[in-house]
Design a protein around this ligand. Structure first.
Ligand code: HEM
Ligand SMILES: [Cu+2]
Length: 661
């Protein structure tokens, strides 16, 4: 019965084939295209988050200002926080994961290409859903931490928060599973853990953090939603619920979340600093294990956000200690970055400047973080602008500087062109100035008593605080100008930047081995790895004095090829036909595009709007839609079976099979 000849025919279950144009983007499963889509979507949300910070800073530029109402102010700072955390920094890291992980581990794509597309669409729709709240009665207004019982008051607004973050969580979780599998299973032959690029190490730790942290916030958000939409009483103290429970759940997610935002940037600067210091990363193993240690300890410090709630002296002491302890691996990393530069032949390119900016600004943010760990200090600083200064030094001066360094560094890989260095340096110096002008004074205004999350800057705080706030607001203007320089550079360089060639920085890791931009299948032959910094070792050998000498081109392939062939036979022989790995050996099988990730994700939109409460019937539409999407996804063939690899059985075999019966 199974011996019938199947003729491929086009149906809704056939896979789309477009390689260019709009439909190629919405059906793509190529990790590089998905990374680019993440990037441009992030730019849009960064603009929106920036506008919201403009509202905040305009309102606070003057004492007793009445530019916006308290309600608008609340929506602005809440959406600003949500946007920067969930719609900018995290997905910008995801853009790097998508583009770089397969290239750096020497693979053709991620483990689950359609799931990868699914993650992107969930992110996009989660963001659209959150922003649609502005048109549907008001955006979330209870801050990104959503503290109960305040968050229970404003029914529809915080329901957008509860459901919107849920969608984004699904996106992050499915991406995390995908990247962990890719890193663990798809590394090129010979790439042991101790030979992985540091960005891969930090990506691995980050995605494990996501895997364990997102379910916690998912539970908390479901409970919040039950409270706000369905009248459950988890967090309402008036009926025996407990608002402290929300804080525990939120920060058990929220503190690891800080490391989810910072570790990818740490991975990026660990790639950039060695290349532009012309030295290997100092203390590779220490940097890797410090990252893993931060990941573990990060789950054990959450209550340092709650020193001023009634958690008792023992808990306060324990969490103060664990929090100070986490500064140890962080410090180890900082010293290793400095020692990487020490005695190196430094090249102050734009990516290098942003990486150095990362190390210095992040160190300032880390130090003010240690002061929060001291309980009596904390009681003084809590909910003042000192805290706002601290976390912006970590998340903006840290995470964002690191990510921008990565944009300048890998831009030539993605586009085949260099960004303009003069504009890049102008961007860096104005960004550094604007950043410090905006957030530096907040340390002072906070210590002098300016409360955070309040729409009015009280005049009785005094002229100094007013001056500091004015400085902050002017700082934002500098940042805006700087961002425009960056945007201009980005757009003009995409169109007319200087051609870069495959390896413009004399880099160390595998992605620079591929063309710029890389071919659809990344590598002609899957590279075989025999060193940490494999690509550098293909270009350089060491003389007797330990000094690097360039290996003449051509000789380099001689140099690595012999055991490369071996390793491949040994390790790719898991059912994959080795010949299929090379272009000349045969056809390279790449995942086909698919409509279904998009179709399935669209179903989550009616589901999400239905869960808001007023239109429950939308839930039914959404659920049915998602289920149909799910089955379409499952049923569609693995590959479009028409061209060079037909799914048609050999007729001779079929006949003999029939004859045998
Ligand atoms: C574009 C420059 C930025 C400016 C001018 C800015 C300014 C501000 C200000 C004034 C607040 C209000 C604090 C309060 O009222 O309590 C705030 C809150 C916040 N910002 Fe930024 N910010 C910027 C970029 C960023 C970035 C890159 C992140 C990265 C994650 C970020 C994350 C947050 C968070 C999490 C909050 C807390 C919101 C809340 O309390 O609910 N911001 N920002
Ligand atoms: Cu924390």
């Amino acid at each position: 019965m199974s011996h019938s000849t199947t003729t491929p025919r086009r149906s809704v279950f056939s896979r789309p084939t477009a390689e260019t144009g709009f439909s190629s983007w919405i059906t793509t499963t190529d990790h590089k295209k998905i990374g680019i889509m993440y990037f441009f979507t992030v730019l849009v949300f960064f603009f929106l988050g920036g506008v919201e910070s403009g509202v905040i800073r305009a309102q606070l530029a003057q004492a007793e200002n009445s530019l916006v109402t308290a309600e608008i102010y609340n929506q602005a700072f809440t959406m600003h926080g949500i946007t920067m955390v969930f719609l900018v920094v995290m997905p910008l890291s995801a853009a790097f994961f998508n583009y770089l992980i397969p290239l750096q581990v020497g693979a053709r794509d991620v483990a689950f290409p359609r799931l990868n597309a699914f993650s992107y669409w969930m992110y996009l729709f989660g963001g659209i859903f959150l922003y649609s709240s502005f048109l549907l009665g008001g955006a979330p207004n209870g801050s990104w931490v959503g503290y109960a019982p305040l968050s229970l008051d404003s029914v529809s607004n915080m329901a957008f928060y509860a459901i919107g973050l849920q969608l984004l969580g699904v996106s992050s979780l499915s991406a995390a599973v995908n990247f962990i599998t890719t890193i663990l299973n798809m590394r090129a032959p010979g790439m042991t853990f101790m030979r992985m690029p540091m960005f891969i190490w930090m990506s691995l730790v980050t995605n494990f953090l996501l895997l364990f942290a997102m379910p916690i916030i998912a539970v908390a958000l479901f409970m919040l939603q039950f409270d706000t939409v369905f009248g459950a009483q988890f967090f309402n103290p008036a009926t025996g619920g407990d608002p402290i429970l929300w804080q525990h759940l939120f920060w058990l997610f929220g503190h690891p979340e800080v490391y989810i935002m910072i570790l990818p940037a740490m991975g990026i600067v660990s790639e950039v600093l060695p290349v532009f210091s012309r030295k290997p990363l100092f203390g590779y193993a220490a940097v890797a294990f410090a990252g893993a240690a931060i990941g573990f300890i990060g789950f054990g410090v959450w209550a340092h956000h709650m020193f001023t709630s009634a958690i008792g002296p023992v808990a306060r002491s324990a969490f103060a200690l664990s929090t100070m302890f986490i500064a140890v691996p962080t410090g180890i990393k900082i010293f290793n970055w400095v020692f990487t530069m020490w005695g190196g032949k430094l090249r102050f390119t734009t990516p290098m400047l942003f990486a150095i900016g990362f190390v210095s600004m992040f160190t300032i943010g880390g130090l003010s973080g240690v002061t929060h760990a001291v309980v009596p200090h904390n009681a003084q600083q809590h909910d003042t602008y000192y805290v706002v200064a601290h976390f912006h030094y970590v998340l903006f001066g840290g995470a964002l500087f690191g990510l921008i360094s990565g944009i300048y560094y890998w831009f030539p890989k993605v586009t085949g062109r260099l960004m303009d260095e003069k504009l890049g340096k102008l961007h860096f110096w104005t960004w550094l100035l604007g950043f410090n002008l905006t957030f530096g004074p907040m340390h002072m205004s906070g210590l002098l008593g300016q409360p955070r999350r309040t729409a009015i800057l009280p005049a009785e705080l005094g002229g100094a605080v007013e001056l500091y706030n004015l400085m902050s607001s002017i700082g934002l203007l500098v940042l805006v100008v700087s961002a425009l320089v960056f945007l201009f550079n980005l757009i003009t360089s995409i169109r007319s930047g200087v051609a870069s060639g495959p390896d413009p920085w004399d880099a160390r890791t595998l992605e620079w081995l591929s063309a710029s931009p890389p071919k659809h299948y990344n590598f002609d032959t899957i590279p075989s790895v025999s060193h940490r910094d494999e690509f550098w070792h293909r270009k350089y050998a060491e003389d007797e004095a330990g000094q690097p000498v360039a290996v003449p081109a051509g000789a380099s392939s001689e140099h690595v090829e012999p055991d490369a062939a071996h390793a491949r036979e040994a390790e790719v022989g898991d059912g994959t036909d080795a010949a299929h790995d090379g272009v000349d050996g045969g056809h390279i099988h790449m995942p086909d595009p698919s409509y279904w990730p998009l179709v399935m994700c669209l179903g989550f939109l009616p589901l999400a709007y239905g869960l808001l409460g007023p239109t429950p019937w939308l839930i039914v539409i959404g659920v049915v839609w998602v289920i149909i999407g799910y089955f379409g996804w499952v049923i569609e063939p693995v590959a479009e079976g028409d061209d060079d690899d037909p799914v048609v059985e050999d007729p001779a075999a079929t006949r003999s099979g029939v004859a045998a019966h």
